[in-house]
Structure formats: C-alpha cells, structure tokens
Design a protein around this ligand. Structure first.
Ligand code: ZN
Length: 431
C-alpha cells in the first residue's frame, strides 16, 4: 500500500519539475522570438522609408545624413539580432546543462555554506555570465561606432573602464550580497522584508553617492565656464529655482561623439550634467532649452517617482523569491536540491528578465510620459517651443537617430518619444 502510493507520487512530482522547466524554456524562446521579430519589423519599416527623406524631416536631415542614419540603424539592429541569439544560447546552457548545480555543489563542498562562500559563488556566476558579452561590447564600440564616426574610446580606456566596473562590483556588490545572505540566516521566514530594506537603503545611498564618488571615477566634471553661455544658463536656473552650482559639464567626448544631458542625485546632491559634445553641437538658446528640460525632470520629481516604483517592485521580487525558495519543484526543475536560498536567488536573477521583458512597453510608455512633461516644462520656462525643437532636431541629426521606427518597436523599446512625436506634442501645446 505504502509502496504504491510513493510510486504514484513520484511521477507526479517529476511531471511538475519538468513542467516548470518547460515553462521556463517556452518563456525564454518566446522572448527571443519576440526580440528577433521586432528587429525584423523595424528593419523593414526603416527600409520602406529609405527612398527619400520623409517630408516631416526635410529640415532636419539632408539626404546624405538621412542615408547614413538608416545604415546606422540597420547595423545596430543586425548586431542586436546576433546578440539576442547568442544570449539565448548562453542562458539555455546555464539553466539546462547542469553546469551551475555542479559548480554550486563543488563550491559549497570546498568552502562551506557560509554567507561569504555563497555570496562568492553568486558573484562568480555573475562574472562568468558577464564575460561572454565582452566581445559584443568590443565589437559595438570599435567596429560599429567606429564605422559611423562616433567612437573616440581607445582600447586602453575601454579595458580600464571594464577593470573599474569589476572593482566597483567587488567593493560594493559583493558586500551587499553577503549582507543579504546574512539577513536570511539571522531573520528567519521574514528575511525578505529585511533584505528588501537593506537593498533599498543601498539604492538610496547610491543615488546620493554615485554622482559624487562613482561617476567621477569614469569622467571629469567641471563647472560651466564663464561667458555668455554661463550667464544664459545661470539666469534660467534662477528663474526656475534650480541651484546653478549643480550644473556641470562632463567630458563625454573622451569615449564617444554622441551627445546627451541627464539629471541625477537628490536634494543637495542633485546634479544636471551636460556632455561637452552637446555644448559643441547646440547654440545658446537650444542648450538653455535642453537644460530647462532636465530641470523639468527635477521639478516634476520624476527620479523620486521612479525610485518609489522600483522600491515597490523590488519588494514584490523579494517576496516572490521567498515563496520560490520553499518550492522543491522550482529547485529540481533546474537540477538543484532544495535547502539553500542561493539557487533561488540565482534562478530568479536569471529568469526575472525573461518575464520583465513583456512589461518593458509599459515601463517605457511611463518614461515617455515623463519626457513629454519635461518638454512641456521646458517650453513654458523658455516662453516658446522653438529653441527646444531646434535642439532636439540637432541632437537627432548628430546622433543619427532613427526617425522612422516601427510604432511597435518604439513602443516596446524607446524610453523617449521620437522626434516627430515630441515636435507634435510641443506644437499642440503652443496652439
Ligand atoms: Zn528627459
């Protein structure tokens, strides 16, 4: 009697494990297929508009620059396709070959299951997963960006950057992992609350410290030089109630000819950064408008709202890990034995992106809403939309932006509305 019930239970469990593995496989393949399909869709859409500069952009691009922007878009898209397929193979090997459970047993067998050893294992896996992407980054920088005249990075600087990133991961990431694993030991079933609080505290600290301690490791930041531009930007800052000392110029030209501006930090530590490339490319009023856009992000508290949302979603993530850590089927589906939290953390880290991918249209839609708000703020602060439109046109031209993405593609991936969408919104405002 006993024997038969055990026998009938075993295949059921097996089916459940294989079902979980199969579900993961389907999700991974679905993302990969969607990525390739979106790239194909976008390539065809761009090529369909390649014949002549569309009427809406006649003032933005001349024929040669437009043709170049299409070549650039297609080259990036082809690289994305290759990279998606390459990432797919790596993820399948990591999840289903059994190499990670084997490594885990070996690692823990040698070093014990302490938080220090477990964190070292997680760190080693993350490092091993980062390595296969390096040739792609190299190719993107020294072949693709180089071909279109954007690259200014030297191989020496490129390696130095990778080294600094590794060092930061060792100094900041590894201790954080140890702390989270210690909290699992110390706090029992409610560990996920504590771990979340700890990660959240770390995030907040980084928002404050990154502009002061981390960004300067990679770039030089200087205050605005004296002169007419200084006066212009200062008076805008005064008008909009933004501390002018927080406006700084970054030597972006050290790595690339791409131009940009961004807002970062909190409260006293807030900072608006203009790339030196931007200052070279834009005229005074256009720069002022771009600065007003960044001040708009600050005034509308966009960074704070994004942080609150990220805190809520990371709480949900930790809760989900705490549930999965109690499910033997979840462990066995990927060749682990239940007992340690470490495989649950690792598997969650590997699989979360497969699910989050489907939410990226929503996240990007939200981000685009903020861009419209910042644009509207800038137009109001400037008293007119023209300088911002002029600045955005130049930015799109200099960066060889794709002016005709497929709506599905931009809806899925674009954190900023397209140039046409932004111009139309600004024109609606002034009507
Ligand atoms: Zn913005």
């Amino acid at each position: 009697m006993k024997a038969s019930s055990a026998a009938s239970r075993k295949p059921n469990k097996m089916i459940f494990h294989s079902f979980a593995a199969l579900a993961a496989l389907v999700l991974i393949l679905a993302r990969w297929a969607a990525q390739l399909w979106l790239e194909r869709l976008n390539q065809r859409h761009v090529l369909a508009h390649a014949g002549a500069v569309p009427d809406a952009f006649k003032e933005v691009f001349n024929a040669a620059t437009y043709a170049k922007s299409i070549q650039y878009t297609l080259a990036k898209s082809r690289l994305n396709q290759v990279e998606s397929s390459y990432d797919l193979v790596i993820l399948l090997i990591v999840l289903f070959s059994g190499v990670v459970p084997w490594g885990f047993n070996l690692f823990i067998g040698r070093l014990g299951a302490s938080a220090w050893a477990s964190a070292a294992f997680l760190f080693a896996v993350a490092l091993a997963l980062a390595l296969p992407g390096l040739p792609f980054d190299w190719h993107a920088q020294f072949r693709l960006e180089e071909r279109f005249g954007f690259n200014t990075t030297t191989p020496k600087l490129w390696w130095l950057d990778r080294f600094k990133e590794l060092l930061l991961a060792v100094v900041l990431g590894y201790p954080l992992l140890v702390l989270v694993l210690k909290l699992v030991e110390w706090t029992g079933a409610r560990w996920w609350w504590w771990a979340w609080g700890c990660v959240l505290g770390f995030q907040l600290l980084m928002v404050v410290l990154a502009p002061i301690l981390i960004l300067p490791l990679f770039n030089k930041f200087t205050p605005l030089p004296e002169g007419s531009l200084h006066e212009r930007l200062l008076s805008l800052a005064r008008r909009t109630g933004f501390r002018a000392q927080s406006i700084q110029i970054m030597d972006g030209s050290k790595r690339s000819r791409h131009s940009n501006a961004f807002f970062t930090g909190f409260g006293r530590f807030r900072k608006i950064v203009l790339f030196d490339t931007l200052i070279q490319q834009l005229a005074g009023p256009e720069l002022e408008a771009v600065l007003a856009h960044e001040i708009g992000h600050y005034k509308k508290k966009h960074l704070l709202k994004i942080l609150i949302w990220s805190a809520v979603s990371s709480l949900a993530g930790f809760y989900l890990i705490s549930i999965l850590a109690n499910q033997a089927w979840f462990y066995r589906a990927f060749g682990f034995e239940p007992g340690s939290i470490v495989p649950a953390l690792l598997l969650f880290g590997l699989l979360a992106g497969v699910i989050m991918f489907w939410f990226s249209p929503l996240a990007h839609w939200w981000s685009r809403c903020y861009e419209y708000q910042a644009d509207a703020f800038a137009a109001t602060a400037m008293g007119e939309a023209r300088p911002l439109i002029g600045g955005l046109r130049k930015l799109n031209e200099k960066n060889l932006s794709n002016l005709t993405p497929h709506p599905f593609y931009s809806g899925f991936y674009y954190s900023h509305p397209t140039l046409l969408e932004r111009e139309q919104a600004l024109k609606r405002m002034s009507d």
